[in-house]
Write a protein of this length. Structure first.
Length: 116
C-alpha cells in the first residue's frame, strides 16, 4: 500500500481542490448544482483516485487510478476555462488555476511512469 498523502502531487491537488471550492462559492445560484458541482467533483476526484489506487496492492491498478486522476484534472482544466469565458472566474485567477492543473497533470504523468 502506497502512502499517497506524502506525495507532493497529493498535497498540491488538495490545495487545488480547496481553491476550486473557494472559486465556485461565488458562482451564480443557478450553477450550484451544475457547473460548480461538477468542478468540485473533478477537483476532489484527483486525490480520491490517488487514494483509492494507493490502497490497492497492485502497481497495475495503481497506475490505472493515476490515469483516472489525470482525466479528472483534464476535465477540471476545461471547466475552469469555460468558467473564465462565461465570466464566473476572473481571467488571472483562472489562468493561475489552469497553470496549477497542468503542473499537477505533469506530476501525475511522472508518478505513473515511475511505477513499474
Amino acid at each position: 500500500m502506497n502512502n499517497v498523502k506524502n506525495l507532493n502531487v497529493y498535497k498540491r491537488a488538495h490545495l487545488l481542490a480547496l481553491e476550486i471550492y473557494k472559486a465556485t462559492s461565488k458562482f451564480p445560484r443557478e450553477e450550484i448544482y451544475a457547473l460548480a458541482s461538477q468542478m468540485r467533483r473533478s477537483a476532489y476526484s484527483i486525490n480520491s483516485n490517488l487514494s483509492e489506487g494507493g490502497a490497492i496492492d497492485s502497481n497495475k491498478e495503481y497506475k490505472h487510478f493515476i490515469g483516472i486522476a489525470k482525466g479528472s484534472a483534464a476535465e477540471l482544466e476545461y471547466q475552469v476555462l469555460l468558467s473564465k469565458d462565461i465570466g464566473y472566474i476572473d481571467g488571472d485567477m483562472a489562468d493561475k488555476i489552469i497553470n496549477e492543473i497542468q503542473q499537477i497533470i505533469n506530476m501525475l504523468v511522472g508518478l505513473q511512469k515511475s511505477i513499474v
